[in-house]
Structures are given as C-alpha cells and as structure tokens.
Design a protein around this ligand. Structure first.
Ligand SMILES: Nc1ncnc2c1ncn2[C@@H]1O[C@H](COP(=O)(O)OP(=O)(O)OP(=O)(O)O)[C@@H](O)[C@H]1O
Ligand code: SF4
Ligand SMILES: [Mg+2]
Length: 339
C-alpha cells in the first residue's frame, strides 16, 4: 500500500427538503506520506464535504456516503463505527477548521483543551500532558507558554487562537492534518504567519496535509499537489507546477485568471461569470459547461472522461479529446499553451 490515504469513487448525498443534493460526485484522490495536497475550488464545490467524509463527520441524516471508499493505510474508514472513527480522529487524522473561535471551548483553559486528547488517546498522566501542552504551545510560536497554558481563549488574539487550534490538532502526532480554510478568518499578515508556521511544522513532523482553500496564493505557498474541484467533481489534478504552469481545464484557467498575483499582463481581477451548478439536479454533461467559454455540444450531453496528461496530471475536459479544436489558455494566466 503506497498511499497513506486513498479516496476511491466517493459520493456524498444530502437528502434535504425532498431533494437529493449530490455534494460530492464520485471523486478519487490520493495523499502520500508527508505531502501537502491542496483542494481548491469555489464555494459549494464540495471541498468541506470531502474532508468531512474523510473524518467520518458527515451528519447522517441528512447526509450519507452513497458510494466509495476512504482507505487509510489500506483500511476503509467508511466502514468504521462511530467509536472507531473517534479513535482515528484522536490519533491518526485531525482537522483544523476555518474559525478558530468555534473550535475552542470558551469556558475552558487552553492548556486543558490541549491536554484532553493527550490524556484520552495517548494515556499521558496529567503532569506529562501539561508539560506536553506547554511544549506544543512553544512549538506553534506562543510566547510565554508556561503562563499562557492557564489562560482562556478570549485572552488570545485570532491568530494566537488559530495557533492553539493547530497545537491541539498536532497534539497526538497525527499522520494526516486536514486544514479547511485555516486562515480565511484571519487578517493578511497573520495569515502569512500561520502558513509559515504550518510549513515549518510539516518539515519538523512529517505530517501529511490536506489543505482546503479557495486562495491559490495559499496553495502556491504550501502545496506540492493540487486537486481542482468543481460541481462535486475533481476536474483537474496535478503537481503544483503542472496546475500553475501547464493547466488544461478551462475552470482551472478561470481560477488562475482570478488570482491577482499571476497577472503578468493585467492587474484586473477576473471573476468567472455565472454561478455553479445546482447539485440537486446536476447536469449530465460537464458541470462547467454553462460557464465555459469553450463549451461544445458534446459538453452538455456527456461528462468528459479524464485524460492522463502525465504520470501526475489529469483533467476531465472534452478539449483534450483529439477531435476537439485546439484552444490555448487565456493570456491572463500568463502561461504557455503548448502541451
Ligand atoms: N449539512 C449539510 N446539509 C445539506 N447540504 C449540505 C450540508 N453540508 C454541505 N451541503 C451542500 O453540499 C455542497 C458542497 O458544500 P461544501 O461545504 O463541501 O462546499 P465547499 O466547497 O466547502 O464551499 P466553501 O468554499 O463555501 O466552504 C453545497 O451545495 C452545500 O450546500
Ligand atoms: S468539457 Fe467542455 S464545457 Fe467542460 S470545461 Fe471542457 S470545454 Fe468547457
Ligand atoms: Mg468549505
């Protein structure tokens, strides 16, 4: 078993108000030991639902994993009981959410919150857990940790709280850390500090990271591989360089065009016109077709299969069919169009 985590054909459906919202539609992904995989895509594309499925946190009802497997070290987590999943979450896979305040208990000293998992899952004594909590606070860059370990969340700034959340997530030396928009609630300077921290910690601990974000600047800073989601599907995956310098899917082009830093030729931020598909009635063809400037008749009728572009890159787009007209990526992303 090469991959630390392998998601195979995962579909998640929410049954709400008599409709079936197909939030994630048959995605497959792999995560290797120690790497950072970014999942990008605009709001509603299924990023958080994917990560919740990995964590066993899809609320049922109304949600349900309709198909697929989530293989962690070869074992299918989808088949795990609630109790087994609790163990996995305490030990092997942890998660950082967007808003550091909701992740912390406001009435409990932060030291105690870090110690909880250590006592429960690593059977540390209270004394050892407290020492480890202080060590972890130091590791995530909280000054004066011996004193701050006895303070409450409201005594910390937003950035410091997110550091505490990261300390909690790392307390049990997880093999995988899932960070769902870990910096969006923070201001720009603090964002950069938290990203630096995560990068440094990964080098130290070797934890594999799934980084969920809609910010390609964050991706460029942290990830080695990227999966681009749209309408509950992965439309393109590749290494960071492949996605940034040789992207093949028009939606990836759109995302890159909307990223200000990559604008070699213009400083205008280009939003992708239109809205994402209604996942309670997903299109039978390519989900991006209504917004795609290159859509052809076949696009609305049939879902394109993946084209393997290299050992590490693939994309699902009819333009990659040999019968399709040759289309170059837009100049706004400032990359070459040759394959
Ligand atoms: N608990 C839920 N009940 C019903 N529908 C849900 C639930 N959670 C997610 N969904 C639906 O699943 C789809 C995907 O949502 P998801 O939260 O994964 O998007 P996302 O890519 O994380 O977006 P964002 O960038 O806004 O966080 C959306 O259509 C959403 O409405
Ligand atoms: S399959 Fe067609 S509609 Fe979809 S991204 Fe490719 S060209 Fe555009
Ligand atoms: Mg989300």
């Amino acid at each position: 078993m090469d991959h630390l985590l392998e998601i195979k054909d995962l579909s998640v459906v929410f049954h709400i108000f008599g409709a079936d919202v197909q939030a994630v539609r048959g995605i497959s992904l792999q995560l290797n030991k120690g790497e950072t995989l970014a999942i990008v895509g605009e709001s509603g594309s299924g990023k958080s639902v994917t990560s919740k499925a990995v964590m066993g946190l899809i609320p049922n009802p109304p949600g349900e994993i309709a198909t697929g497997e989530v293989l962690f070290e070869g074992k299918d987590l989808v088949k795990y009981s609630k109790k087994q999943m609790q163990k996995v979450r305490g030990k092997d896979i942890s998660m950082i959410f967007q808003d550091p305040m909701t992740a912390l208990n406001p009435t409990m000293k932060i030291g105690k919150q870090i110690m909880e998992g250590l006592i429960k899952h690593q059977s540390l004594s209270k004394h050892d857990a407290k020492n480890r909590a202080i060590e972890l606070l130091q590791l995530v860059g909280i000054p004066n940790p011996e004193k701050r370990v006895d303070e409450y969340p409201h005594q910390f700034s937003g950035g410091m709280r997110q550091r505490v959340v990261i300390a909690i997530a790392l307390a049990c030396n997880p093999k995988i850390l899932i960070a769902d928009e870990p910096t969006t609630a923070l201001d720009v300077t603090i964002q950069a500090q938290i990203l630096d921290l995560m990068r440094g910690l990964q080098e130290k601990t070797g934890t594999a990271i799934i980084l969920i974000t809609h910010d390609l600047g964050v991706v460029a800073n942290l990830a080695q591989r990227v999966a681009v989601m749209y309408g509950g599907k992965i439309v393109e995956t590749g290494t960071l360089d492949e996605i940034f310098y040789n992207p093949k899917h028009p939606y990836t082009w759109g995302l890159l065009s909307s990223m200000p830093k990559l604008h070699a030729k213009t400083d205008k931020l280009l939003a992708i016109p239109g809205t994402p598909p209604d996942l309670s009635n997903p299109p039978k063809g390519c989900p991006f077709a209504p917004r795609c400037p290159h859509a052809m008749k076949v696009c609305t009728e049939h879902m394109p299969a993946y084209t393997e572009l290299s050992a590490t890159q693939k994309a699902a787009c009819w333009l990659l069919d040999e019968r399709a007209p040759k289309v170059d990526p837009p100049a706004t992303i400032g990359v070459g169009g040759e394959s």
